[in-house]
Design a protein around this ligand. Structure first.
Ligand SMILES: CSC[C@H]1O[C@H](OP(=O)(O)O)[C@H](O)[C@@H]1O
Ligand SMILES: Nc1ncnc2[nH]cnc12
Length: 321
């Protein structure tokens, strides 16, 4: 990468409706070919008003041409890491499984239930001779989620102060990730509620697992200490569990999508500068450093050199010769 765009520490993954950010100056587009192929779309490197760079990637492509099961999540995470990204803010449109989470509300989930069907490549180690079992009990970066909470709440409160409906922020929630692309049946929707899920989407996995595996570990020279991934979810609908209401359609989702995207851009604009600063300091977001250290099975003669070279793309600390 040219030195012009070095030091891109924060990456944003935009979901449905969020195909660009506001108030940022596009500097250049990059499209790194990773060992897992190309990302969903070229990544836009943008400058914040201070001149700080951030990377933006549209999960479904800029024209929303990639369905959730086909999102190249390995390439997306690997490409962001190759730019130097240490913290990923991922945005997602979700259905609500709870009465109190209204369309338009924001959610910072802390747990995930996996209802994908095994058709998405979900590990960088898949197909290699190296075995690793990443810890995933806490699927999101707790420190980053806690850091975001007050800041997102403040942005939403300003909406109320401006005379608009102030969306609520919900924390400590569980997102269930389904395969799609069809929405859930009523029975499934009720089952997810019984399981304790609060919101539903089709995108948080394997993205969150891959972010954990990629560890986004820090070059020793830089005092940045995180590989952090958090999901900022915005509710668009009540899915299909409400007995007296029609079950969700794409048209329902679209009704709220634009307004949610507007507020998501506002949140991004508000937090990115400070988040960049926090990554440089290493003050807030420490927990993922070295997360994979004890997850990779010990080196053996049977591990193929080409596999180790491939994995060095995302985990150079462990796989560089
Ligand atoms: C457009 S409705 C379903 C679609 O929307 C969400 O996408 P994203 O998470 O990228 O915002 C959901 O996960 C589905 O992929
Ligand atoms: N009801 C729903 N189910 C799955 N993904 C969604 N994204 C937005 N609404 C959704």
């Amino acid at each position: 990468m040219s030195s012009e765009v070095e030091n891109v520490l924060v990456g944003v993954i935009g979901g449905s409706g969020l195909y660009h950010l506001d108030n940022l100056t596009p500097v250049k587009q990059v499209n790194p070919e990773t060992p897992w192929g190309f990302p969903s779309s070229p990544i836009t490197i943008c400058a914040l008003p201070s001149g700080t760079y951030v990377a933006f990637l549209a999960r479904h492509g800029t024209g929303h041409t990639i369905n959730p099961s086909a999102v190249p999540s390995r390439a997306n995470i690997a490409a962001l890491k190759s730019l130097g990204v240490r913290a990923v803010l991922a945005f997602s449109a979700v259905g609500s499984l709870r009465e109190d989470i209204a369309p338009g509300d924001f959610i910072l989930p802390t747990q995930i239930i996996d209802r994908t069907k095994g058709v998405r490549p979900a590990s960088f180690f898949e197909g290699t001779s190296v075995v690793a079992h990443a810890a995933f009990g806490e699927p999101f970066a707790r420190g980053l989620v806690a850091w975001l909470e007050g800041r997102v709440r403040a942005v939403l409160a300003e909406e109320g102060a401006a005379g608009r409906r102030a969306p609520q922020l919900h924390t400590e929630k569980c997102v269930v990730c389904m395969e799609g692309p069809q929405f859930s049946t009523r029975a499934e929707s009720r089952m997810y509620r019984a399981w304790g899920a609060d919101v539903i989407n089709m995108s948080v996995l394997p993205e969150a697992k891959l972010a954990r595996e990629a560890e986004l570990r820090v070059p020793h020279a830089v005092r940045v200490r995180l590989c952090s991934y958090a999901l900022i979810a915005t509710s668009t609908d009540y899915d299909s569990w409400r007995e007296d209401e029609a079950s969700v359609t794409a048209a329902d989702v679209f009704k709220t999508l634009q307004e949610n995207a507007r507020l998501s851009r506002l949140v991004a604009a508000r937090v990115l500068e400070e988040l960049h600063g926090a990554t440089v300091e290493g003050s807030v977001l420490k927990e993922e450093q070295g997360a994979m250290q004890y997850s990779i099975m010990p080196r053996s003669e049977q591990q193929k050199p080409e596999d180790r070279r491939k994995l060095a793309y995302i985990l150079p600390t462990y796989f560089s010769e």
